[in-house]
Ligand binder design. Structure first.
Ligand code: DX5
Ligand code: ZN
Length: 235
């Protein structure tokens, strides 16, 4: 074990339900349910129909969610030229704002912009993007989001190679001395949660596993129990 490694027992696991799979006509009710179940963050997926094939929501909905949520909003921008919308999303209530490395041409500047507006800045890696793409900005990041599906839709299957990606991101953050949490997003469920935690993830996004369940409150609680089952076992 190298010096600076962050073992599971020193990491706080955070559960971030993705409202993409919630009932959009009942967002307040669904958010309240996952908050009762112990959600730490509310994950909001913003898609523009260009960077990804799907279109979802924009700042007005984020603002409405902010009014009812009691947990910080983790806003995941799957849009081209994300720098154009940083102010809009921070003003709408984003506490954490992440941009894709594949979509941000001047990534360093965009990270600085997000932080200057008072939000936590994260960078997202698609499944085909190597961990090394973060190397030059790693020291500035508040968190890293590893996509474990190709972005665009909820309910897809977890890509198993994501576990190695999480390990490589961890090693890279370790190398530059940045203890930024690693978030994982896509196909997370009670079965793979312990494995992503063991690989180094500490923020778990889940859409389908929570909102397609009969009882989202109980599913949130069960996901945390599954994630916490690895406590103490990470080398
Ligand atoms: C996918 C989104 C995810 C999605 C996760 O592009 O970024 O946040 O909502 O949903 P599940 O957990 O169903 O894969
Ligand atoms: Zn997401």
């Amino acid at each position: 074990m190298s010096v600076g490694r962050r073992p599971v027992q020193s990491r706080t696991i955070q559960i971030a339900p993705s409202i993409l799979s919630a009932n959009f006509a009942e967002l307040g009710r669904d958010i309240a349910a996952v908050e009762r179940g112990g959600a730490d963050l509310i994950h909001v997926d913003v898609m523009d129909g260009h960077f990804v094939p799907n279109i979802t929501i924009g700042p007005p909905v984020v603002r409405a969610v902010k009014r009812v949520a009691t947990r910080p909003l983790d806003v995941h921008l799957m849009i081209e030229e994300p720098e154009r919308y940083v102010d809009d999303f921070v003003n709408a209530g984003a506490d954490m704002l992440s941009v894709h490395v594949e979509a941000a041409r001047h990534l360093h500047r965009t990270i600085a912009l997000i932080k200057s507006r008072g939000a936590k800045a994260g960078v997202v890696l698609n499944p085909s993007t190597p961990a090394s793409a973060l190397e030059e900005v790693a020291g500035d990041l508040d968190f890293v989001l590893v996509m474990s599906v190709n972005p665009g839709f909820g309910g897809q299957e977890f890509i198993p190679q994501s576990l190695d990606k999480i390990r490589r991101v961890w090693e890279m953050l370790d190398r530059v001395g940045r203890a930024a949490p690693i978030e994982v997003d896509g196909g997370i469920d009670h079965g793979n949660a312990p494995h992503v935690v063991a690989a180094g993830a500490s923020i778990l996004v889940a859409g389908n596993a929570i909102f397609a369940a009969a009882d989202p409150e109980a599913a949130t609680r069960a996901l945390r129990t599954a994630a916490d089952s690895m406590t103490g076992t990470r080398a």
